[in-house]
Design a protein around this ligand. Sequence first.
Ligand SMILES: Cc1cc2nc3c(=O)[nH]c(=O)nc-3n(C[C@H](O)[C@H](O)[C@H](O)COP(=O)(O)O)c2cc1C
Length: 220
Amino acid sequence: MTRVFCFCTMSYQHLRKDYKKSAFSFEEAPEQPLELFRIWLDDAIEAGLPDANAMCLSTVDQHNRPSSRYVLLKELNSEGIIFFTNYNSIKARDIEINPQVALCFYWMALERQLRVEGVASKISRQESVLYFDSRPFESRISAIVSPQSQVIPNKKILEEKIPYYQSNPAEVQCPEHWGGYLIRPSMIEFWQGRGSRLHDRLRYARVRSDIVWKRDILAP
Ligand SMILES: Cc1cc2nc3c(=O)[nH]c(=O)nc-3n(C[C@H](O)[C@H](O)[C@H](O)COP(=O)(O)O)c2cc1C
């Protein structure tokens, strides 16, 4: 039976909430944005938010067409943010052409958004292997058998490859085309929802050297 799909216009204008969870202290904001980043991420994890480390990653292709997808933050260090992926994927192909990327977190229950702009670069093979080896066995196999972002005729062709690796665990090695990216931020913006849409926004922009950041309050 053919289903006729009727696309009726739906309005979502009635969806409205006021943001009242907390205020932002501009005066107490640290000089280093990664310090505040860590506090906000830890707050989200401690609040038990599902996928608190999930972030929307945006890249652009060779025609400057943007695309976005979620990835998981796996490390936050003094240099920046690390996530792992397939180096043959669409996002990796984009990064190869243009390493400028953007990240966005939304921690709904805390009424907080965190935005990052920066440059992505591959981390060392050694670091990637170290993380790969720490992943659950079945996840490691999935990374090996899945040609991420490629068109496949069906899922079965991937599933059929799994038993071989299950019975040959020594072959479960980090593929050359799998690893991490470090995003070194040039801009980090913290957004705290406030009442009547008068939200708090604090932007850090990297200036001159590696360690000096300019802080600006932005109008909501
Ligand atoms: C919550 C969530 C977390 C994800 N984490 C990752 C990740 O860490 N690495 C990854 O390669 N894909 C991750 N994915 C899948 C990506 O969103 C995406 O489908 C995949 O990486 C292919 O993207 P691409 O074709 O644009 O390269 C995640 C998806 C969701 C919904």
